[in-house]
Design a protein around this ligand. Structure first.
Ligand SMILES: Cc1ncc(COP(=O)(O)O)c(C=O)c1O
Length: 396
């Protein structure tokens, strides 16, 4: 099919939640390069929104997919033991604060699980604590509870009548606002250590440490949503490890399957011990196929120290972007390979993204007129140089 045929099918039959899309359909990928139907090559600096961390057709992903498909077992049921599920849970626990893991199919589902864990933790103790405080400009997903936790009116307004109660948002990086919002029904504070969708805004180190202390002082739980920041992307396996602030519960998704859908909620034994049979579950969550692929990708990234790779390449890219002399770049910020380029209001990030696409480079945007980069971590230095040159040319 050519692009205009696909476009007309999409516009007639697909629910129009994505509106008019970028005018390209990728059909093949290799390394950090995507190819459209005409064979035109694009260098990817967005990885499907921080998902395809090993790029395209990486053996650690492709071979695991083929091997598991050939074994014939994609899914059994969580009634039975699932070998790669147990192994992936062990791997995640060995490399994080967590003692136990539950797998989901997406980031939003992982966050739902995290909030249920927090609620059950207090319920099991006969406590009335159940409310969740999150941050303005946060993004936690598209289910009703995660929309209620997401700090954007835009996402909440049409669904307000159905949104669960017990959610409040406060300004990010503002400790006083958080102190004021806590009451004797607060169960947890849920934050991204660095906000992704909200504009690539790193958490302030002192703030995050103070939030941990505040949680301890009140006996409430700290949830980190690392759906976007996790899995080596920011220069450590999980971003909290660079802040040295340990959460009680953490969520992961996106890069966890390097393109294969999987999410996870990770918890300390303190929290996990309050969860009983029947409190949570999933048909597809933790299925053999997803866990086998994620296990292979995660082992590869850990064994080859992709945290260090993301840190080094991210620093290189960030420095090259900061060196661009243009009045259109107000700030370059981020951590590792999650970078935001702040543009002025009269220079829309969406339009710049479209122009870069025409030049053969895939980038993204974030709220607040930010051009967002979340490249595959296998992106080469030459590819980074080529992108910076293209951006420079476009800004000139
Ligand atoms: C921080 C964060 N949490 C949750 C989500 C939702 O993840 P999913 O789209 O897999 O449900 C996202 C997606 O962008 C995210 O960035």
């Amino acid at each position: 099919m050519n692009l205009s045929d696909i476009k007309s099918l999409d516009s007639q039959y697909f629910l129009q939640v994505f509106g008019e899309r970028a005018p390209v359909c990728f059909v093949r990928g290799e390394g950090a390069t995507l190819y459209d139907q005409d064979g035109k090559a694009y260098t990817d600096l967005f990885a499907g929104i921080a998902v395809n961390s090993l790029g395209y057709n990486h053996p650690a992903v492709t071979d695991a997919i083929i091997a598991q498909a050939k074994a014939g077992v994609l899914h059994t049921s969580n009634i039975y033991y699932v070998e790669p599920q147990a192994q992936l849970a062990e791997l995640l626990c060995k490399h994080t604060f967590a003692d136990r893991v539950f797998f989901s199919n997406s980031g939003a589902e992982a966050n739902e699980g995290a909030m249920k864990l927090a609620c059950k933790y207090f319920y099991a103790q006969g406590s009335k604590r159940h409310k969740i405080i999150s941050a303005d400009h946060s993004f936690h997903g598209r289910t009703l509870a995660t929309v209620a936790a997401t700090g954007h009116d835009y996402y909440q307004e049409p669904f307000r009548a159905l949104l669960p109660k017990g959610f409040t948002q406060v300004p990010y990086n503002d400790l006083d606002a958080l102190k004021t919002a806590i009451d004797d029904e607060t169960a947890a504070i849920m934050l991204e250590p660095m906000q992704g969708e909200g504009g690539v805004t790193p958490g302030n180190g002192e703030y995050l440490k103070a939030v941990r202390a505040l949680c301890d002082a009140h006996g409430i739980l700290l949830i980190f949503d690392e759906v976007q920041t996790g899995v080596c992307r920011t220069g450590s396996l999980y971003c909290y490890q660079q802040y040295d602030v340990i959460p009680d519960i953490m969520t992961s998704a996106k890069g966890l399957g390097c393109g294969f859908p999987i999410g996870a909620v990770l918890a300390s034994e303190k929290v996990a011990s309050k969860i009983s049979k029947g409190d949570h579950g999933s048909t597809f969550g933790g299925n053999t196929f997803a866990c086998a692929v994620s296990l292979s990708a995660m082992r590869y990234m850990i064994d080859n120290d992709f945290s260090a790779v993301a840190k080094e390449k991210g620093a290189y890219l960030m420095n090259a972007l900061k060196a661009i002399d243009s009045s259109k770049i107000l700030e370059v910020r981020g951590m590792g390979m999650l970078i935001g380029i702040q543009l002025p209001a009269d220079f829309p990030a969406g339009a710049l993204m479209g122009k870069l696409l025409k030049r053969g480079f895939v980038a993204g945007t974030a709220s607040g007129n930010v051009l967002r980069l979340a490249p595959p971590l296998i992106l080469s230095y030459e590819e980074m140089d080529a992108f910076v040159a293209a951006l420079k040319a476009e800004l000139e």
